[in-house]
Write a protein that binds this ligand. Structure first.
Ligand SMILES: CCC/C=C/C(=O)SCCNC(=O)CCNC(=O)[C@H](O)C(C)(C)COP(=O)([O-])OP(=O)([O-])OC[C@H]1O[C@@H](n2cnc3c(N)ncnc32)[C@H](O)[C@@H]1OP(=O)([O-])[O-]
Length: 746
């Protein structure tokens, strides 16, 4: 028998070698099965994933060496354990001193082996996991496995030969697509692309072992991908130019996708060894970059928000969600339709209620076509009868959960909640899709306030990933857990936040918008402000974004709050409740300029509903006249001031939100901003950005701007921000300790 060097110590890599004898053969014809055990992870995740840690890599190196050096071993199968091949590098190792054998020579040695090496892929082969498989001579996968090179999403590139082998295997265009997007592909697609040699429904390791035995002794000359040349293409230059434009457009300012294109270009134009050098050089520019840090932080942040908690002690792991099979949506405007689609796509049976006959008729046409488009995009099918429509609220009598999405008007919502409280089963969860109104007040209109939570969707609700789940003072842990779980089922990133005006996202946005208006008053133009924000990485600057979402929305809210009063003149026109106020947005609305929908807003469009923003001389005259009327002397404002004023004030509000316990941690705020407000992911989110810039600097700049504008109270650094600086500006993952200490003193 072959000796099994087994060491199965918990928390340590262990390796398991198994000799597989060819049936009924006297000769000790052996197959080596390298089975790398995964490191167990902390949480209740199943199955357990295998990530390359230093010890895992050492294990593979040692066992491959052993297998290749053993004359009795004729071929090798590499597989994972517990149904997972390899999820790639252990990201947590990146921030530390790297140790253990590097991947590149390890994979090179596997490819150079003179015995066939077969990858048996189950679960995932991602990142370095797929790169290892690409170094093998054959790849056999289970039909349910997912494959991909997601390094770009972590601010890196596949630097273990992935950028050089994949284009050689599947061609430059397909490789560019996979490497620059980082998307995961199914085994079926991977087979079609040519990444896999065979896909099975059966036990993958058994199939791979059988296959490995069948190819023993065959020539491996045509199996080493590094020896391939990329399939020739007629116009390489324009292909790469196009690819570069695409990645630059998709994530402004992100450096990893650009480096990925450059690395694939090296594969297409250079011999393999030189291509590998280029891959290494490019990786060196990325590995310690701020963007890589931000993206890796964000990878864990988006998982952290699932481990929610509330100040009352409710938690993700102790609160039991209720089953929701049938849900209802009240109000079929834009939001209601999107929510109906999202619920149906999640497999729920939906009752869609709209009391206005015309709106109901329109929704009955719009919702099925939205569903159809979604099904085509996602390659799924939707049960056509999963949605029933009704003109009356009585139709929701037997549902498990209701999402109210009527017009943003408290009196109307109060009425709906009073009705629902009578019509629904006593244990039905009542949710409101308000974007800023008081969830506690709505709860007080019902018989079971503990069953009321906010579910704040973002338009379009069936597309946008973010869902703010707003718990009120009396919301039960089960109600919060149910809404969080339902969000997940709908494919959303659900973030639990407390109840306050605007919750977390819109509350911070308000400060950002105000600063943008003030900058216009002081001499900036919408073009200048938008350019600064877009160069920072936002897909759209604040003014282009406002034109898209409609200026009348905010105007209505300001009117309801008693702020939008354009009859005021002189100094009082620019002051509300003792603080500086800019009526610019209100004035624009009074001119009928609601943004894209009216063809005029902060920019002009070729027609109502037009999408291409053009600079508008009318607007510039309007700003000149406004400044002259108020005695404001325009000054030169640079991009740095735009960024600091708009972003630092938003960040400052984020600290205030953390201090008040509205959000449990900085990760929650960052997830909200990246998934709901277009904050560039490669900048990690506003709170991570503050950490990167340095908390002291944020305080110093805020103080300076506050001195210059003393009537803007929100420019004064928040108490938590000051306390963090006083505590030596700890890194972001330690902020919760400072927040906790503060809360316990209270
Ligand atoms: C030269 C270098 C070249 C190589 C570069 C690379 O390979 S770059 C890497 C390329 N690879 C990737 O980018 C793969 C990234 N991973 C994934 O895409 C998914 O995790 C999955 C598809 C593997 C499983 O999805 P799922 O929804 O079923 O599960 P889940 O997502 O909830 O994760 C479960 C737990 O595992 C944790 N964790 C996950 N991955 C890693 C990791 N690599 N490391 C460490 N930890 C990781 C995750 O935080 C979570 O922990 P928590 O919060 O419970 O404490």
């Amino acid at each position: 028998m072959y000796n099994l060097p087994t060491n199965t110590k918990k928390w340590q890599f262990d390796i398991f070698l198994k000799k597989i004898f060819k049936k009924k053969t006297d000769a000790p014809f052996a197959q080596l099965l390298i089975n790398v055990h995964p490191l167990p992870l902390f949480h209740v995740k199943s199955p357990i994933f295998l990530f390359y840690s230093a010890s895992v890599r050492q294990g593979i190196v040692d066992s491959v060496k052993r297998a290749l050096g053993d004359q009795k071993v004729k071929s090798v199968v590499i597989c994972g354990q517990n149904g997972v091949f390899c999820g790639g590098a252990d990201i947590r190792e990146f921030g530390r001193q790297m140790s253990g054998p590097p991947l590149v020579p390890m994979i090179h040695d596997i490819e150079a082996a003179n015995k066939p090496v077969v990858a048996a892929i189950e679960g995932s082969a991602l990142g370095g996991g797929l790169e290892l498989a690409l170094g093998c001579h054959y790849r056999i996968s289970h039909s349910k496995a997912k494959l991909g090179l997601p390094e770009v999403t972590l601010g890196l590139l596949p630097a273990a030969g992935g950028t050089q082998r994949l284009p050689r295997l599947i061609g430059v265009p397909a490789a560019l697509n996979l490497i620059t997007t980082g998307r995961h592909v199914t085994a079926a697609e991977a087979l079609q692309l040519g990444i896999l040699d065979h896909v099975t429904e059966h036990n993958t390791v058994d199939v791979a072992v059988k296959f490995a035995l069948s190819v023993t002794g065959e020539s491996l000359d045509g199996r080493r991908i590094s020896s391939f040349s990329c399939a020739p293409l007629s116009d390489l230059d324009s292909l790469f130019e196009e690819a570069m434009l695409k990645v630059r457009g998709a994530a402004r300012g992100a450096i990893a996708p650009v480096a990925c294109v450059q690395a694939v270009r090296a594969a297409a134009t250079l011999p393999y060894a030189q291509g590998m050098e280029r891959e290494k050089e490019l990786m060196a520019t990325l590995f310690h970059s701020g963007q890589a840090r931000a993206l890796q932080y964000f990878f864990f942040a988006q998982r952290a928000v699932g481990r929610w908690s509330t100040p009352s002690g409710a938690r993700w792991d102790t609160s039991q969600p209720r089953p929701v099979r049938k849900a209802a949506v009240i109000g079929l405007g834009t939001m209601g339709r999107g929510i109906t689609v999202a619920l149906a796509q999640a497999g729920l049976s939906v009752v869609a209620v709209e009391t206005h006959a015309k709106q109901l008729m329109e929704a009955k046409k719009a919702v099925p076509s939205m569903l159809k488009r979604g099904a085509v995009r996602g390659g799924t099918t939707i049960e056509p009868d999963s949605i029933t429509y009704s003109e009356t609220v009585q139709a929701v009598a037997d549902v498990d959960l209701v999402i109210e999405a009527v017009f943003e008007d408290m009196a109307l919502k109060e009425k709906v909640f009073q009705q629902l409280s009578i019509v629904c089963k006593p244990d039905t969860l009542l949710c409101t899709n308000t974007s800023s109104l008081d969830v506690d007040h709505l709860a007080s209109q019902t018989r079971h306030p503990e069953l009321v939570v906010g579910m704040h969707f973002f338009a379009p609700a069936h597309v946008m990933k973010l869902l703010e789940v707003v718990y009120g003072r009396r919301s039960s842990p089960a109600a919060v857990a149910t809404a969080m779980q339902l969000g997940k089922k709908m494919g959303k990133v659900s973030v639990a936040v407390g109840n306050c005006r605007g919750f977390a996202g819109n509350r911070m946005l308000k400060r950002y918008l105000e600063q943008a208006f003030f900058l216009l008053e002081e001499g900036a133009t919408p073009e200048l402000v938008d350019r600064a924000l877009e160069e920072f990485g936002f897909p759209m600057g604040v003014f282009r974004m406002s034109d898209l979402s409609g200026l009348d929305v905010g105007w209505r809210v300001r009117k309801a709050d008693g702020l939008a009063d354009t009859s005021l003149t002189g100094t009082s026109a620019r002051v509300r409740q003792g603080c500086r106020y800019s009526p610019l947005g209100d004035l624009l609305c009074e001119h009928g300029r609601f943004g894209q929908k009216t063809g005029r807003g902060w920019y002009q469009y070729d027609k109502p509903g037009g999408r291409v923003a053009k600079s508008d001389p009318w607007l510039h005259n309007f700003l000149d006249e406004y400044r002259a009327r108020h005695g404001l002397v325009p000054r030169c404002i640079d991009q740095q001031e735009v960024l600091e004023r708009c972003l630092f004030v938003l960040i400052n509000e984020g600290f205030q939100i953390l201090e008040e316990g509205i959000a449990a941690g900085p990760e929650d705020i960052d997830a909200i901003y990246v998934f709901g407000y277009g904050w560039p992911r490669h900048r990690g989110g506003p709170m991570f950005y503050a950490d990167m810039v340095g908390l002291e600097r944020v305080v110093e700049r805020l103080e300076r701007y506050h001195q210059a504008h003393p009537n803007v109270p929100y420019l004064q650094p928040s108490g938590l921000l000051r306390r963090l600086v006083a505590n030596g500006s700890p890194p972001i993952h330690k902020w919760r300790n400072v927040i906790k200490n503060r809360n316990s003193q209270l």
